[in-house]
Design a protein around this ligand. Structure first.
Ligand code: FE2
Length: 289
């Protein structure tokens, strides 16, 4: 009895399907490693800052995604991974109200302790402990389901990590690149002409299939009426967006929906958040907003 993406089911004897159990273990190990890979290019100082209230320091994400497994898998087995777990529990719980009080999101950047090194060590301890549980074949179906949820939760935080790192590095007066890309021309050069994909009106199915992992707000699967529409067959590139800007895109209300126009007026927005205009003065190139 199997499900996709490492989610498990019992077989007819009530045993966990060992093949699926192993695939969930591999998915777990891969996702833990991917999270660390996202942070591989950061300096230690990048892990700590919180330049806006809606951004979390990368080290918090690393700890919080580990806390999930500590709290919901290891703690009930009395093998929580640090003697400081009550402090960690307070600091790295987010908004799981059933799990008690927690440090405020807006204040996450105030914490220089625990250090990045301690958090990486905490993280490694959690990964190893969960893998040991897999290896022992002692995990119940319920525990495997919790681990599958923890994996999905960590993947959500991977998206948040990328968003927050982008804000952290892009918020500097001299923004630094997250990743050096050799061929930047392809983002600016004219692309092939836009094509349009047509969808006629129809009744479509929405919501998660029952044989795959889903969060509760992705269920139930249901039908909805969809009006006909056209959708571009490719993304626009930066060069095309620059054309929009030089054509007065941020000054022409007819190009915006009402809410969007109100928003750029109120915030005095004239360009995408992370874009900087570079001007040359003598031998120097400087960025101006
Ligand atoms: Fe979370």
């Amino acid at each position: 009895m199997t499900k996709k993406n490492g989610v498990t089911e019992q077989n007819f004897n009530g045993q966990i399907d060992q093949e699926i159990d192993r695939s969930l273990q591999q998915v777990f190990a891969d996702v833990r490693q991917q999270t660390e890979q996202i942070c591989a290019n950061l300096l230690t100082e990048d892990f700590v800052v919180q330049p806006a209230s809606f951004v979390s320091p990368p080290k918090w994400h690393l700890a919080h995604t580990s806390w999930f497994f500590d709290c919901f898998i290891l703690e009930p087995l009395n093998i929580a991974q640090t003697k400081k777990s009550s402090q960690y529990h307070y600091l790295f719980n987010s908004y799981y109200k059933s799990q008690g009080a927690h440090w405020l999101q807006t204040n996450r950047g105030q914490l220089s302790r625990p250090s990045v090194k301690e958090i990486m060590s905490y993280r490694q301890g959690i990964t190893e402990a969960v893998i040991e549980l897999f290896e022992s074949n002692s995990l119940s179906l319920k525990q495997l389901e919790v681990i599958a949820t923890g994996i999905q939760h960590e993947q959500q935080h991977q998206e948040l990590l990328l968003m927050d790192i982008k804000f952290i590095l892009g918020n500097h007066p001299w923004p630094d690149a997250y990743q050096q890309i050799a061929d930047t021309d392809k983002f600016l050069l004219p692309a092939r002409a836009l094509g349009w994909l047509e969808s006629t009106e129809n009744i479509s199915l929405f919501g998660a299939r029952i044989d795959d992992f889903s969060f509760d707000n992705e269920r139930p699967r249901h039908r909805r009426w969809i009006s006909g529409f056209q959708l571009s067959d490719r993304l626009i590139n930066n060069g095309e967006y620059l054309d929009f800007m030089t054509d007065g895109g941020y000054r022409r209300p007819e190009l915006w929906l009402s809410d969007g126009w109100d928003w750029i007026q109120e915030k005095q927005i004239t360009h995408p958040l992370y874009w900087r205009k570079k001007i040359k003065i003598g031998m120097n190139t400087i960025s101006v907003v």
